[in-house]
Design a protein around this ligand. Structure first.
Ligand SMILES: [Zn+2]
Length: 175
């Protein structure tokens, strides 16, 4: 498991810093519930996403952080419960708000997403938040392409064929 990576978010923005790297989805425990192979961490640890964090100031001089994530994950189809490969590709820009102003600020409506500035910002937790926010609420295969639905249909047909002789037999035994 990857070590916790902490950054000072305001300092990060003020110095226009940038970090990038790769991280295994298995090191984000809050994602386990939504990933199809969550009970197989060894398997899912092969699934890595790449990320870039950039600190900067926007045109109004506000400290900002941009988060870029790219990769793919396996979600569970809400119709057939089979895995779906879901491409992860997103960019978020977060406004860093001073903690002292946060309570007052968070009551106001803002166009950009905002997070409280944190001198010990957990990079992995932040990436996890952003991924969770961007995942579909109820992922599904394209209609009619669910595998188990099609397999279920085939099994049903085979069972019907197999059941017929038994039905005849059991009918004979009763006599
Ligand atoms: Zn499906």
């Amino acid at each position: 498991m990857l070590k916790q990576q902490l950054i000072d978010s305001l300092d990060f923005a003020n110095k226009n810093q940038e970090v990038q790297g790769e991280i295994a989805l298995s090191s984000m425990p809050r994602l386990w519930d939504v990933l199809a192979d969550s009970n197989d961490c060894v398997e899912s640890s092969r699934e890595k996403i790449s990320y870039v964090l950039r600190g900067f100031h926007d045109k109004n001089g506000r400290p900002m952080m941009e988060i870029e994530v790219e990769g793919s994950c396996q979600l569970r189809c809400q119709r057939c419960l089979e895995a779906i490969i879901y491409p992860l590709k997103m960019t978020s820009q977060l406004h860093l708000v001073d903690r002292c102003d946060w309570d007052e600020f968070s009551c106001e409506k803002e166009d950009a997403d905002s997070i409280p500035a944190n001198n010990q910002l957990d990079v992995i937790a932040l990436l996890e938040d952003e991924i969770l926010l961007n995942l579909p609420f109820a992922p599904m295969h394209v209609a009619g392409t669910c595998r188990s639905v099609m397999e279920g249909y085939l099994v049903e047909k085979e069972d019907q064929v197999k059941e017929n002789p038994f039905a005849v037999l059991s009918g004979m035994k009763k006599r």
